[in-house]
Design a protein around this ligand. Structure first.
Ligand SMILES: Cc1ncc(COP(=O)(O)O)c(C=O)c1O
Length: 379
């Protein structure tokens, strides 16, 4: 979870030197204390251990209160509950990419969502749902005067709708409400919600950022005191840092493939409707073009058939794996209607039986195209 920089803070985040490499998305961003502790190594060292020692009592006092002529405080990761150098490197990189004041890396996307809600919603708080494109409905909820936070995915899953973050932030801030955007499907390469006015941005980091399903969710239970559930394991942070190095390349490939496949499907007689905001026909096209630089690797579409026909299509595909998740190197396909959604959830979210979702990887477009075209014939 990443927080907006306070106005007036200016420049780069305090401990971060941003990359000058175009398109690197801040993958080289590292600086300050974390860089020192990790010994300026290009491959970020995995620094383990929960406790750090002090040379003597004066060293401890310098850490607590400041020492030397300038009474400067010495930095230490004293105890793992307060932080870890490898995790801090990752947090600095994400802050640089999102142009944020600070980032907290947690064990999973749901963990970040719950932590954010627990932090800002007062006891007795409740949820009111509004349509993402109904600004009048949002205004009237805000006018009731008790909104703490607006929360939405943008892009949404699985319909790829897009929140007009600038407009929403304007309305919410007039009423003192915070804006939190889950930007997982967009990735920090395609969208930076904080620069559009959002206050908090969330990612499920093992997806696009960390290259998909190779990163474990690891919570270090040895730091289970206090806010310990937010602390993360340096091994897992290291794997996400590795994923970050190729994120810009992966996302560029995924943007390209998703758009080409969306265009192909839009013209195909066995497809009724395609959801992808980079298509001119999408109702979200205008907003997406204003605030994103690409629409990411996820598309969804309704085949011209029923649930069984959609299943025949999915089963005939040879390249993508049938799996949930998104953002990695391998393409995945799923039929949301049969992927763990209750009937109530399906109705509430407008998920039709014939809806199929692709998350594209980095395979060649021509291979994916041939596979999709042959599978459409099997419907
Ligand atoms: C957009 C989005 N946000 C949050 C989450 C939850 O993240 P996690 O699965 O890491 O808990 C997911 C999971 O698929 C997601 O797709």
């Amino acid at each position: 979870m990443t927080l907006r920089r306070r106005s007036g803070a200016g420049g780069t985040p305090p401990t971060t030197r941003s990359s000058s490499t175009p398109g690197s998305g801040g993958a080289r961003a590292i600086g300050g204390v974390a860089a020192e502790v990790t010994d300026y190594s290009i491959a970020t060292p995995i620094v383990t251990g929960t406790a750090r020692w002090f040379r003597d009592s004066a060293d401890l006092v310098a850490f607590r209160e400041g020492g030397g002529r300038r009474r400067r405080r010495r930095h230490s990761f004293e105890y793992a509950r307060y932080g870890n150098p490898t995790v801090e490197v990752l947090e600095d990189k994400i802050s640089a990419m999102e142009k944020a004041e600070a980032t907290i890396v947690t064990s999973s996307g749901m963990n970040a969502i719950v932590a954010t809600l627990l932090a800002v919603v007062p006891p007795g708080g409740h949820t009111t749902f509004v349509d993402l494109d109904d600004m009048e409905a949002l205004q009237s909820v805000l006018d009731q005067g008790n909104v703490t936070m607006f929360y939405a995915d943008s892009l949404t899953n699985p319909h790829l709708k897009c929140v007009d973050v600038r407009r929403v932030a304007e309305l919410c801030h007039q009423r003192g409400a915070l804006v939190c955007i889950d930007s997982t499907l967009a990735s920090p390469i395609n969208q930076k919600p904080l620069t559009l006015g959002a206050d908090v941005v969330l990612h499920s980091h093992h997806q696009v950022i960390g290259a998909g399903w190779e990163t474990p969710w690891v919570t270090d239970f040895t730091t289970g005191m206090g806010v310990g559930f937010l602390n993360w394991h340096p091994n897992a942070a290291y794997m996400i840092i590795r994923g970050l190095k190729t994120m810009a390349l992966r996302v560029e490939a995924q943007n390209r493939t998703a758009l080409r496949v969306a265009r192909l499907l839009e013209r195909h007689p066995k497809v009724e409707r395609v959801n992808y905001p980079w298509l001119e026909s999408s109702p979200w096209h205008g907003v997406a073009r204003k605030q994103m630089t690409g629409a990411g690797g996820v598309i969804s579409f309704e085949v011209a058939s029923d649930m069984r026909g959609a299943m025949r299509f999915v089963d005939a595909l040879e390249l993508p794996f049938i799996a949930t998740s998104l953002g990695g190197c391998e393409s995945l396909v799923q039929q949301p209607a049969i992927m763990g959604k209750s009937e109530a959830e399906k109705t509430e979210n407008g998920i039709k039986d014939n809806l199929v979702r692709f998350s594209f990887g980095i395979e060649k477009f021509e291979d994916l195209k041939d596979d999709i075209l042959q599978a459409l014939e099997k419907i």
